[in-house]
Structure formats: structure tokens, C-alpha cells
Design a protein around this ligand. Structure first.
Ligand SMILES: Cc1ncc(C[n+]2csc(CCOP(=O)(O)OP(=O)(O)O)c2C)c(N)n1
Ligand code: SF4
Ligand SMILES: [Mg+2]
Length: 769
């Protein structure tokens, strides 16, 4: 086996341009660099789902696509699992495929990764590394990428935006090599690399890089109908182990191919990417080993220590899979002590994965006597400064001097907190007795339907808020009027579960909470399953006499429209099981919390950050999903649509919903909710905009009680029906649709609104529907 340990340039942006292809200087973040590389590679398909901090890759590509800068087919998945499936299918089809994700997104897709590697389908996945939940933290560490270590993917590490750009090309070339044929992941640090702009060199003419990459080799494909093949057969003993041998051999082939490709890339760019980046290691007694951006901090610290006479150096792998074990053995052979820092723990193993793997690599080398200090650092985006690097070197130097490692494994930078202090108490909890009597619900024995009498609106102001003031939503946000209207009529004890989204993010931030009742959060997509488990436990414990039946708790899940994309499966599962709970969706027509990406509820033609508008693209390409009708098909006791702009209608429906959720089973409600920030409207314009959406019949207000549909507001009957243009002209996100060039889209929106309205109306009029 050939090994290559090379001194990397002081900075990865240092270049030797003589003899290289023409490049130009740009000022770009890691996410932008990934998008530029994608444009230059000219991938066929990108399957993706937004998640901070990698979302910008798709957003940048969406903008570029709208401006006609590339032709990559951008497919928004229903979640990362779906996105990974889209990528798999597309890659099987024989073209070049890209994805980008982070944190929970990677974990949600994880099941697909061994499939993609095990069936040897090359593609590229950029990871802006971020801490995994729980608790939820959106900043960077390496706890997500470590989960990919055992998936069979090649893993490249990009320590700065330049490396992100360069290694994306390398990823394509390495993965498609005939001896390798594996998917490749490019991991860079969330926010530090993904968002910080640096000077980078990009190719002046993408043709240069395209000829370097060549045509994607033809691997067996289901699109080759002349040569039918079975992709992904059921395979048991004795074949599976042989299949895995082939995967392992492909990884070993990658060990040879990676340095070859990186050397070719060096010839084109002048930039050097050794498999193991060694900095001032030639005569080092002590080393610090770190992954990605923290290694650059440590290099500066090493310079300072060298000036003082300490023989120190830094090691940092540019490739994590295949693991550069031999390179580590060589690099550490004369090093007495190495402090190895991991930005993620492998709990209970006495070190993070990098530390464990370096230890494993050197223990088989009889010439190696390096002692290892393992440190877990920088979790949840905790910064790693020069002073931290100094401490790492200090621990190594001290151990080198004494010949003793005082503390082989520890967390660096954690503090025990102050047990004598308690977070300030929030507002007192709301007691069940405080919220009663705002709505009187009765069953009409003749029709079997419920009748609701509401107290006058002014009386609702006496109801104490279950959400306290002090949340961090934008001025004019519709999520809170929606929640207050819901809470005003819900009686008694309520347990609420929020899926991830604006309403969740702005109401909790440890150690504070705006919730004055029991509140649960379980990530973005699994709320309905979680709440259904709680509901069943409650009823079972009441049945066993362990909890008082008199409490009579109402269980409510609050989700955004995005949560009802990625969480559709668990929600439909809960609906089919008909648990006694409510699922209420505030629909603001996009993934607002993450910066206004398209959801499946975003209407046709609307601008979002992943359905951009430009000369080549006029906004979202397909119509909004009709979630209420999807739940209606689950034959629930009660389904409704509503809007915060019609408070009495909304509160009446919520009162009914509570009755059904307590007595019969699952209830679903879709509530149109204002988002001035991303609809690009004034903070105080909720009423006219929502009214126009409803009057144009784009968002009909109706309920389905035991399968019977009833309109609760009919703009035809009141003479208020308007064309959709009266609604579209009110929002910045739809202003482009008023351009005559987009008349076809407006006609499409109108036709679809009319069609869906006519169906609802026909159901309203039909005694069986
Ligand atoms: C598995 C996973 N994928 C993606 C995300 C990122 N994410 C968190 S909230 C959110 C959008 C939420 O949209 P929606 O449910 O409509 O609520 P809104 O923010 O619009 O209120 C996204 C994409 C995540 N947290 N977890
Ligand atoms: S982005 Fe929209 S939904 Fe989110 S807090 Fe702001 S106004 Fe509310
Ligand atoms: Mg939303």
C-alpha cells in the first residue's frame, strides 16, 4: 500500500497557480462554494430537504437556476429520508446526483446510506456538520458525521470554503472510479465553514473541470431496458458477507484512488490535499490531532509554541473513510504524545471516534510508542479558540515531559454549572379551572353533528394565556393569534406537543419557556407518534387507577405545514389508529423557521428561497397539497380548515375538535396563518391578505364531521368572491405573478382554486358527502 504524508500549505487557499487552469478569486462561504462546485460540475439532479446550516446549498442553487446559471433538476423531498431516496433513484438512472444536509437530516436519511453504498451507487452528499439532538442545538459539531462512519460512504473533510469547492470535484471523480463506485460525502463545519466567507479560487471556465471529470461511466442502470437487471435483490447468507467483502475492497481501492485524484486536482488548481494533513510534524515530540476548522486554529497556536522552542505539530485528516491509518502510524512514529480532540463523543468508549481510531491504528505498530490524550471539545458549536488549542498542546507537552498521562479521557470546556442557582421562574402555570366555559358544545341529536355556542369575543380577553408574553416571533406573526384563539376555547387540562418550526423555536430557549402548560417537543417529524404514545399511556394509567380519571386531559399537537410534509407518515399513522388527540397545523405556506423554503403547502408559482424567481424560473412548479382532504380520507371524526383571520369560525371548530378528540378520536385542523416576514407583507396586513385568500376560494373554510362536508363560509353566497389576482397582488412573494409573462401561472392557480372549490361545494351540497 502506498502512503502519502505531506506538509500541507499553511492555508488551503494558498495556491501555486503556475501551469494550472484559469481561476478567479471570489469571496464565498462553504455553502456557496458547494453550490458553485455543483453548478460547475453540472449535476443532473439534486434531491434535498432544508436543514440549518446546509440549507443554503439548495437555496443558492435555486437562485442560480432561476437566473439560468445551471440546469440541475432540483427536487425538494418530503424529508431527508425521501430526499435520499430521490438521490438513490436518480443515481441509479445513470446521471450525477447531489444532496446536502446536516444533523437530524443526516440521521433521518441514514437508513438509506448503507443501501446506496452497499449497492455501489456513486453520488455526492455535502454535510454542513451540526450537533444532533437532543436537546436541539443548531450549531456545529461532528456528532452527525460520525454516524456516517459505518455506512460504506467515502468521507472527505473540508476545512474551509476552498476545500469545500475543490473536494466536491474530487468526490465525483473518486466515487465514479470503476474500482471504487461508491457514494462520497464532503463534510465541513456548520456555520464556521458553511457560513463564513473566505477568498476562494473558482474555475473560470467549467469546461476545464468537466473534462477533468469526464463523462460519468456507465454502471448498470434500470434505464437500460436492453439489459434488464435486478437492483437490490433479497440476499442472505452466504452471499451477503461476500457482498460486504466487495464493499470493503472498494474502500481499499479508494485508498489508492483518492491520492491519485487529489494529485490530478493539484495539477489543475495548485492546491494540495494530502490524505493526512501534517503541519510542522517533521520533528514534533507532541501533536494535536483535530478534524476540520479547529485544526487551522491549532496550526496558528503551534506556530507560537514553535517560536518558544516547543516541538509541536498538528495532524488533521482530509479523508476520514477510508481511515488513513497507515498515514497516522507514520506521522506519529516519533511523536511522544498526541492530544486527540473529538467534536463528538462515542459515549462510554473513552473517546470520540477519531481518538479511538487513531489509537487502534497505532497499537498495531510495534515501532509506535505514542501516548494518547483523548478530549471531547466544541460540542453544540462551542468555540475552539487558540487558548483551547494551547491547553491541548499543554496537556501533550506535560505528558511528554512527565511520561504520564494524568487524565486519558475528559471533556474539554464543560462546566458543572451552579447548583446553588435556579433559572428564574416563568409565569405561574395555568390551572384547568381558569379556562372553562368559553364554548358550549352540544350534540344535535337530529343530525348527529355538534352545535357550538361561543362566548362573545370580548370575553375571551379574560382567559389567561397558556402562552406567556416574551416569545421571539416576528412582529405581526400569525402563529400567535392562531395559538391564542385555539387556547381561548380549549377547556381544562391541556398537554401540548409542538413539532419543530417557528412556533416551537420562538417559545422555548433553555432555560426559558413561554409555555404555561405541559409542553413536549420531539423534533420535526415524529410528534404525532410521540403524542399518540402519551395519549395511550394516559388512558392505560387511568384504567389501572394510577392516574385520576377526573383530570380529563386534552392532547394537542401543533405543527407547521412543513411538519406535515416530513411528519406526514407518523400523522397518518396516528390518524389511522384514531387516538384521542388533535393535530392542528398552522399553515404559513413554507418552512419559515429555516428561511422560507418551499413546503408542499406552498402554492403554485409562489416565491420561496427554494422556488426562486428569475428569468428562467417563475416560483414553485406545482400546486399546494390538500392536507385536509388527505386526512378526510382517513375517515376521522372531525376535520376542519380555518384561519386566524376568522376567529369565531376557528374557535367554534376548535371547541368541536376538543369534544371529538376527547370522546371519539383523532381530529385534524389546517389553519391558514399569516407570515409577514416571508410573505413579504406589512406586519399589520394579516386581515386583508387572509380575507383575500379565502374570498378567492384559494383556501375554503369548511369542516367534515363524520364524513359530512359543510362549508362554513361561502364567498359566492355573500357576493365576496374575487379572482385570485386580488389575493396575489397583496404579497411580495407573488408580485412577479402580476407580470403578464406569468399569466399562465395565474390561470393555473385560478383553475386549481376553482376546481377544488367546486368539489368542496359539491360535497357540501351532497347529503352523503
Ligand atoms: C429531520 C429534520 N429535517 C429538517 C429540519 C430543519 N427544519 C426545522 S424546522 C423546519 C421548517 C419548519 O417548517 P414548518 O413546519 O412549516 O413551520 P414554520 O417554521 O413555517 O413555522 C425545518 C426545515 C429538522 N429540524 N429536522
Ligand atoms: S418567520 Fe413568519 S411564521 Fe416565523 S416567526 Fe416570523 S412571521 Fe412568524
Ligand atoms: Mg410553515
Amino acid at each position: 500500500m502506498t502512503t502519502r504524508i505531506q506538509e500541507a500549505p499553511a492555508s488551503a487557499v494558498e495556491t501555486r497557480l503556475l501551469g494550472c487552469v484559469r481561476q478567479k478569486l471570489e469571496f464565498r462561504s462553504g455553502n456557496e462554494a458547494a453550490a458553485l462546485a455543483a453548478r460547475d460540475i453540472g449535476f443532473h439532479v439534486m434531491g434535498y430537504f432544508p436543514i440549518t446550516p446546509s440549507t443554503e446549498v439548495a437555496e443558492n442553487l435555486s437562485k442560480m437556476r432561476a437566473d439560468g446559471q445551471h440546469e440541475i433538476v432540483m427536487i425538494a423531498g418530503d424529508g431527508e429520508h425521501g430526499a435520499a431516496g430521490i438521490c438513490y433513484g436518480a443515481a441509479l438512472g445513470g446521471g450525477r446526483v447531489l444532496n446536502a444536509t446536516s444533523s437530524q437530516g443526516l440521521l433521518y436519511a441514514l437508513e438509506q446510506l448503507p443501501v446506496q453504498a452497499g449497492t455501489r451507487v456513486p453520488m455526492v452528499l455535502n454535510i454542513a456538520a451540526r450537533a444532533i439532538s437532543g436537546p436541539l442545538d443548531i450549531r456545529g459539531d461532528h456528532s452527525d458525521i460520525y454516524y456516517a462512519l459505518n455506512t460504506g460512504w467515502i468521507m472527505l473533510c473540508a476545512r474551509d470554503p476552498q476545500a469545500v469547492y475543490d473536494l466536491n470535484f474530487a468526490a465525483v471523480k473518486i466515487g465514479e472510479h470503476r474500482d471504487v463506485r461508491l457514494p462520497v460525502l464532503v463534510a465541513y463545519d456548520g456555520f464556521i465553514t458553511s457560513h463564513q466567507k473566505r477568498r476562494i479560487q473558482v474555475f473560470d471556465d467549467p469546461e476545464a473541470i468537466r473534462s477533468f471529470l469526464g463523462k460519468r461511466p456507465d454502471f448498470p442502470s434500470p434505464l437500460d431496458t436492453e439489459h434488464p437487471a435486478t437492483f437490490g435483490p433479497y440476499m442472505n447468507d452466504p452471499d451477503l458477507i461476500n457482498n460486504k467483502v466487495q464493499l470493503s475492497q472498494a474502500m481499499e481501492a479508494a485508498r489508492r484512488v483518492i491520492p491519485e485524484v487529489l494529485a490530478e486536482l493539484e495539477k489543475m488548481t495548485g492546491r494540495v490535499y494530502p490524505v493526512l494533513d501534517g503541519y510542522r510534524m517533521d520533528d514534533a515530540d507532541a501533536a494535536v490531532v483535530l478534524l476540520n476548522s479547529a485544526a487551522e486554529t491549532a496550526k496558528e497556536t503551534a506556530d507560537g509554541l514553535r517560536d518558544k522552542g516547543a516541538k509541536v505539530g498538528v495532524l488533521s485528516p482530509n479523508v476520514l473513510r477510508p481511515f488513513p491509518a497507515e498515514e497516522f502510524r507514520q506521522a506519529l512514529r516519533r511523536v511522544k504524545i498526541a492530544t486527540i480532540g473529538d467534536r463528538a463523543d462515542s459515549y462510554g468508549a473513552g473517546g470520540g471516534n477519531l481518538s479511538l481510531e487513531v489509537r487502534a491504528a497505532i497499537q498495531i505498530d510495534p515501532q509506535n510508542h505514542t501516548r494518547v490524550v483523548s478530549r471531547v471539545y466544541g460540542l453544540g458549536g462551542k468555540d475552539f479558540y487558540a487558548v483551547d488549542a494551547e491547553q491541548f498542546f499543554g496537556q501533550a507537552l506535560e505528558a511528554a515531559a512527565t511520561g504520564r498521562v494524568a487524565e486519558p479521557f475528559a471533556y474539554h470546556g464543560a462546566n458543572p454549572g451552579r447548583p446553588d442557582t435556579r433559572p428564574p421562574k416563568g409565569l405561574p402555570p395555568i390551572r384547568a379551572e381558569e379556562v372553562r366555559g368559553m364554548a358550549h358544545v352540544q350534540r344535535d341529536e337530529a343530525t348527529g353533528r355538534l352545535k357550538v355556542e361561543l362566548e362573545p369575543l370580548w370575553k375571551m380577553t379574560e382567559v389567561p394565556n397558556r402562552i406567556g408574553p416574551g416569545h421571539g416571533a416576528c412582529p405581526g406573526c400569525g402563529a400567535f393569534p392562531t395559538l391564542h384563539q385555539i387556547y381561548n376555547v380549549l377547556e381544562g387540562d391541556v398537554v401540548v406537543l409542538f413539532q419543530t418550526g417557528c412556533a416551537m423555536v420562538v417559545t422555548t430557549g433553555y432555560p426559558s419557556t413561554a409555555h404555561r402548560i405541559n409542553y413536549i417537543h420531539n423534533l420535526f417529524q415524529n410528534g404525532a407518534a410521540t403524542l399518540s404514545g402519551l395519549v395511550e399511556m394516559y388512558h392505560e394509567r387511568v384504567r389501572r387507577g394510577e392516574l385520576p380519571a377526573s383530570k380529563d386531559i386534552t392532547f394537542v399537537m401543533i405543527s407547521g405545514d412543513g411538519g406535515m410534509d416530513i411528519g406526514m407518515g407518523p400523522a397518518i399513522g396516528a390518524a389511522n389508529r384514531n387516538h384521542r388527540m388533535m393535530i392542528l397545523e398552522y399553515d404559513n405556506q413554507g418552512y419559515m423557521n429555516t428561511g422560507a423554503q418551499l413546503s408542499y403547502s406552498t402554492p403554485f408559482g409562489h416565491r420561496t428561497s427554494t422556488s426562486e424567481v428569475g428569468a428562467s424560473l417563475p416560483g414553485k412548479r406545482y400546486h399546494h397539497k390538500d392536507t385536509a382532504q388527505i386526512f378526510a380520507a382517513c375517515h376521522l371524526p372531525y376535520v376542519f380548515t380555518a384561519s386566524e383571520g376568522f376567529p369565531e369560525d376557528l374557535m367554534r371548530k376548535v371547541a368541536k375538535a376538543q369534544y371529538y378528540a376527547k370522546n371519539e378520536g383523532l381530529v385534524y385542523g389546517k389553519i391558514l396563518s399569516y407570515c409577514p416576514l416571508n410573505w413579504r407583507t406589512a406586519d399589520d396586513a394579516a386581515q386583508p391578505v387572509l380575507q383575500a385568500a379565502i374570498d378567492s376560494c384559494f383556501f375554503p373554510l369548511y369542516e367534515i364531521e363524520h364524513g359530512h362536508t359543510a362549508l362554513t363560509y361561502d364567498p359566492d353566497a355573500t357576493g365576496r368572491r374575487h379572482p385570485v389576482t386580488d389575493w396575489l397582488k397583496l404579497m411580495g412573494k407573488t408580485r412577479h405573478l402580476l407580470n403578464p409573462a406569468n399569466a399562465g401561472i395565474v390561470q393555473g392557480i385560478q383553475a386549481e382554486a376553482d376546481r377544488r372549490w367546486a368539489r368542496i361545494k359539491a360535497m357540501h351540497e351532497h347529503p352523503l358527502l
